[in-house]
Design a binder for this molecule. Sequence first.
Ligand SMILES: Nc1ncnc2c1ncn2[C@@H]1O[C@H](COP(=O)(O)OP(=O)(O)OP(=O)(O)O)[C@@H](O)[C@H]1O
Ligand SMILES: [Mg+2]
Length: 504
Amino acid sequence: MNAPTLETRRLSKSYSGVPALRDGSITVARGEVHALMGENGAGKSTLIRILAGATTPDSGTILIDGQPVSIEHPSQSRRLGLRFIHQELAVIPELSVAENLFLGRPYPRRLGFLADWRELNRRASRALEALDIGHIDPSRKMARLSLGDQMLVKIAAAFLDDDGEAARLYVMDEPTAALTSEESERLFKVIAGLTERGRSVIYVSHRMDEVMRIADRVSVLRDGETVATRAISEISKAEMIELMTGRQIADAYPQRQATTTSASVLRLDEARSPDVHAISFDLRAGEILGVTGLSGAGQSEVLRLLAGADKWTGGTIELDGKALAAGTPAARWAAGIAYVPRERRLEGLLPRASVADNTVLAHLESLSRAGILRNRRAELQRSADIASRVKLKSTGGKQPVFQLSGGNQQKVVLARAILGGPRVLLLDEPTRGVDVAAKFDIHTLIRELAASGVAVLLASSDLSELTGMADRILVMREGRQSDIVAADGLTQARLLALSFGEPA
Ligand SMILES: Nc1ncnc2c1ncn2[C@@H]1O[C@H](COP(=O)(O)OP(=O)(O)OP(=O)(O)O)[C@@H](O)[C@H]1O
Ligand SMILES: [Mg+2]
């Protein structure tokens, strides 16, 4: 092994007496990709926030090139050559791409005080080129980019080479969670280029295949403690899962069941929004329809149209045989169409509100209309039941959502969608950031909901999730419906080929 570029020894951190990290000990060699794995809430992001200077540890030591250092502020972390791609996409949609790249950093100046926009855009372009995403215009408004492109911009921010400070270590907290497989490949190429030049990478992901493919070594955190560090070549997926969970769990999908019935729940005939054209399908009770496509092909937008989040500009949509009226997202919820949006921070959650409030939030309108608001206690009980079904790790219903780990926030969004007993469930990346054990439970839950007659639309960038869960798959291409294929027996390679437009 090359000399360690970074080492952490017994880092710990508690929040109001509850330990988030108890013994975070990792050693990262020069030029390696070091994966950090563990269940939701294991302490991965806490360890990363300590390295970033975003939070201070209660105890423990950090060494760089063998020398103890203290990191009390993000600028110190930066000077030490550490760069971060954090788990949550924090963008300001109203600002340009270049301005977003420079968020929290000093802008280049002219005459000491005027922002030098040309220089700003030039350096932004360079960072975008470094990531092979030169197609993104730095002067464009962030809001106009697809979510995948926004994520790529956030990633590019880690590559801004300001003032010639040398980067030694890139820390990536689930960078591919919101990327399509095509965009992920781009990132993997960049990572390979970084390690060739002697840079190191700490890589957090719940996607086992990805970790097996790009990491050199892996450290596993369990309940805030580093329980093992292994070479990837010497560990199997099953062993990795057992280290993470302490149990043996298959990285698999629940048994396929034929739950599709003949009852049509959702019928679209040439439905359109500003972003998708002529979508026609008939979704039946008990059916799971996957939705896939290359980045920006319109897969999320099909769900947004149905959720009432995007404008419905033409064609017909029928729910249970009745024409659906144009409506707001709230009206759609009330009509029985539940939605798990792709970007939980921007569209999904009120971070300061409690877990319980967030789960009943979307239902308040229908609850009060039905005059059962007094029965809130029963609803809270149901919210707690569902929280346990999705394996939510929290201190209880009163905990504010921002205190939860990323994967647990995702489970809150999902719990909320299920709580109202929907007819149609629109799921956009439902298991994004969710650990393997919880993923299996969530998949089982989705299957059970289908079996009980719910019609499910499942958009996912994880091709194995689509082939493993869906009955049929809708392939989107450039905002149009390109194909609908049966999922049973479909390989991921074939699915990707269809997304690229090869004939079925
Ligand atoms: N500000 C905070 N206040 C209270 N508890 C917190 C706070 N931040 C994190 N925690 C708790 O610390 C624990 C570890 O969280 P962390 O975000 O490090 O998990 P993680 O391993 O990154 O999980 P995930 O895979 O879901 O992202 C969790 O139980 C979380 O609820
Ligand atoms: Mg995390």
